[in-house]
Design a protein around this ligand. Structure first.
Ligand SMILES: NCc1[nH]cc(CCC(=O)O)c1CC(=O)O
Length: 310
């Protein structure tokens, strides 16, 4: 069997594609990697929340899935919108890396907790709002681009540190620049952070689908991510909305903590629910409903008025 793997061309995306490729090859599958440029890769001079359309990192990959020029598209799970078009499905989630955020700097003595004033580069609305909430003394500069670009800007002195996902930093082998691992209770990760999602067209052959599932899917991660993604879907949070959520699985029990924070960091709602691993979607949806009733509805509305509709 031969599988064509579609991916973006950034170093992190290629790491993910090669990781998937290695697992397929171990299973005796022939592979080919096809690099596809997306709108999110092309438009670098505007913040993501202002590009203002769904799937900035996924649209072009889905076009190629649809016309059959690739069999699967490899994504960072957190970049994949919670509501897929009905022509597509997620066939596998790879085993999740540690999901926390980290502070990255050439000065590894830096700490958010020290009270020292310094400049942090990030463009994530979630990270900006959480910084404002817990660490109001920190100055923030908007910083987009792939990891290498951000590291270069850090090196050039645009900021003193970056706030990034541990998973990406580790995969790019920048571990020696990690100044601090941030607390999951404060910087609860974005839904899906740390896992790689494999998307295919629903009409891909059943033969290919079953092999892909067998070789790539991590059951444990799948249960957690299905919970998180149902949560995100109910809140209709795109990647520019500061919604966060993380599920863990212990035996048959799922715990999910999720919430929302206003863009200025002033209002933070965060809740936890527990449920059975038999019903991940129900649990994620129930947590979202609890949040909506507790004020998330109003916060979301205010955020949507401040950020272009997605
Ligand atoms: N939005 C960009 C993006 N998509 C996935 C990762 C990191 C790796 C991952 O979560 O799988 C990153 C960079 C970051 O947030 O630091």
């Amino acid at each position: 069997m031969h599988i064509k793997i579609g991916t973006r061309g950034s170093k992190l995306a290629l790491w993910q594609a090669h990781y998937v490729e290695a697992q397929l090859q171990k299973g005796g599958i022939e592979t080919e990697i096809v690099i596809i440029e997306t709108k999110g890769d092309k438009i670098l001079n505007r913040s993501l929340s202002k590009i203002g359309s769904k799937g900035v990192f996924t649209q072009e990959l889905e076009d190629q899935l649809k016309n059959g020029s690739i069999d699967i598209a490899v994504h960072s799970a957190k970049d994949l919108q919670s509501q897929l078009d009905e022509a597509f499905e997620i066939i596998a989630y790879t085993e999740r890396e540690k999901a926390n955020d980290v502070l990255v700097s050439f000065d590894t003595n830096l700490s958010l907790k020290s009270g020292e004033v310094f400049v942090v580069g990030t463009s994530s609305t979630r990270r900006i709002a959480v910084l404002k909430h817990f660490y109001p003394h920190i100055q923030i500069v908007d910083m987009r681009g792939n990891l290498q670009t951000r590291l270069r800007k850090l090196n050039e002195g645009h900021c003193n540190a970056l706030l990034l996902a541990y998973a990406g930093v580790h995969r790019m082998e920048y571990d020696d620049k990690i100044a601090e691992h941030l607390l999951l209770d404060e910087f609860t990760p974005a839904v899906g952070q740390g896992s790689v999602a494999i998307e295919c067209a629903v009409d891909l052959s059943e033969e290919k689908k079953s092999i892909l599932k067998e070789l790539l899917n991590d059951k444990h991660t799948e249960t957690c991510l299905r919970t998180e993604r149902a949560f995100l879907k109910r809140l209709q949070g795109g990647c520019s909305i500061p919604v966060f959520g993380m599920a863990t699985l212990d035996g048959e029990q799922i715990d999910i903590t999720g919430g929302i924070i206003s863009l200025d960091g002033k209002e933070l709602i965060r809740k936890t629910q527990t449920g059975s691993s038999q019903f991940p979607e129900e649990l994620g949806t129930a947590l979202a409903d609890e949040l909506l009733e507790a004020g998330a509805e109003r916060i979301l509305k205010e955020i949507r008025e401040q950020i272009p509709v997605r």
